[in-house]
Design a binder for this molecule. Structure first.
Ligand SMILES: NC(=O)c1ccc[n+]([C@@H]2O[C@H](COP(=O)([O-])OP(=O)(O)OC[C@H]3O[C@@H](n4cnc5c(N)ncnc54)[C@H](OP(=O)(O)O)[C@@H]3O)[C@@H](O)[C@H]2O)c1
Length: 333
């Protein structure tokens, strides 16, 4: 069977471009026992995939040049030679960016798409949702009356993290990159205050005005200047969940900003970096609470869905200029 797939054509230096990807034809082998034929349906593009385009060693293995890009995918089972999965089932897991693929069912999870949109298993009920839950509940640990700041607030993780903080009784301030995102964060997702970092004259001063008693917890998705501005406004015994540094992912040279460490020292701040896959012990708690809050209408979510398999590189590149509100997904049909 002939398929189309995306491979890594070249490794980017700095901001990736569509030239770093190549769509090509390939031939799928026939199914063997315990294998299933899948049709990727919703394909996730995630900021961490930028790191996998480099050759440097990290927590997620590098993509190989001329080999398929792989990531989170919700797929339809077309044919099955497995006893655990049947044709017609829908599964989620890591798969290649391909129009069809053959996988073993062991590393895939069957999902029910009758009650929630399929893409939610790549968003609020998947890796980004778990990340928001763990970073907020296990590291930021907001309590009633706390002021919590979330950067990257309108992305897949941030949109959930801020709402979780609200559910714990905190006052939540978001930082995002457009007036429209800021409006929606306040009107639809319950954020108390929001700063547009692209138009703010001084994020640091705006934060000082919005958080007069200091910031008790900071969920950091972006790093760089935004994080420096938050650090200058931290209260004593603040907690920082160091989740992501998207502002730095395309910097070929290490960022040398002003050091946040003196603020952390003098205000006894606790900073914890974390990678969600290392917190699998908490996944069942996360999915159970996120599902309950969703069902009760206490959590809202949104997706930016681009239709067309061939749009995958554009969707991925859009993460770095803020094209998405909530989870960025490519729907293949
Ligand atoms: N630690 C973990 O295990 C883990 C797991 C998942 C994700 N993460 C990290 O968490 C962060 C958010 O992930 P996500 O899935 O929510 O991302 P996402 O939905 O893809 O959102 C990315 C958003 O980041 C913002 N952004 C892009 N470049 C920026 C810059 N230079 N400065 C400030 N903001 C910028 C953009 O929104 P604006 O319009 O606001 O600029 C963009 O929409 C990423 O850094 C990701 O790597 C970590």
């Amino acid at each position: 069977m002939e398929i189309s797939q995306f491979v890594l054509a070249t490794r980017p230096l700095g901001l990736p471009t569509s030239e770093n990807f190549r769509m090509e034809k390939a031939v799928l082998k026939d199914l063997h026992d315990n294998e299933i034929l899948l049709k990727p349906w919703y394909i996730s593009v995630d900021p961490y995939m930028r790191g996998r385009m480099n050759s440097t060693k990290s927590y997620a293995p590098s993509f190989e040049v001329d080999q398929p890009i792989k990531g989170g995918i919700v797929a339809k089972v077309i044919e099955s030679k497995s006893k655990s999965v049947m044709a017609g089932d829908v599964v989620v897991g890591t798969m290649p960016w391909a129009t069809y693929c053959v996988e073993k069912p062991e590393n895939l999870r069957k999902v029910d798409v009758r009650k929630v949109p399929p893409g939610y298993y790549l968003g609020i009920l998947g890796m980004p949702g778990f990340t928001a839950y763990i970073g907020m509940m296990k590291i930021c640990k907001p309590v009633k009356g706390d002021t919590v700041v979330v950067s990257g607030a309108a992305g897949a993780v941030g949109i959930v993290a801020g709402q979780i903080a609200k559910l714990q009784g905190a006052r939540v301030v978001g930082v995002a990159g457009s007036d429209e995102k800021c409006r929606l964060l306040k009107d639809k997702f319950g954020y108390d205050e929001v700063i547009n970092y692209k138009t703010s004259k001084s994020i640091r001063k705006e934060l000082a005005t919005l958080c007069p008693e200091g910031v008790d917890a900071y969920f950091d998705n972006v790093g760089g200047e935004i994080t420096e501005s938050v650090a200058a406004n931290l209260d004593f015994h603040a907690r920082i969940a160091l989740c992501g540094q998207i502002s730095q992912y395309n910097n070929p040279k290490p960022y040398i900003g002003y050091s946040i460490l003196p603020h952390l020292l003098t205000r006894s701040v606790l900073l914890q970096g974390f990678i969600v896959s290392n917190y699998s012990d908490h996944f069942s708690e996360a999915i159970s609470n996120l599902t309950q809050w969703l069902n009760e209408g206490k959590l809202k979510f949104t997706e930016t869905i681009i239709t067309g398999f061939e749009k995958l590189p554009d969707a991925f590149l859009g993460l770095f200029n803020g094209t998405n509100l909530g989870k960025m997904l490519v729907k293949t049909e």
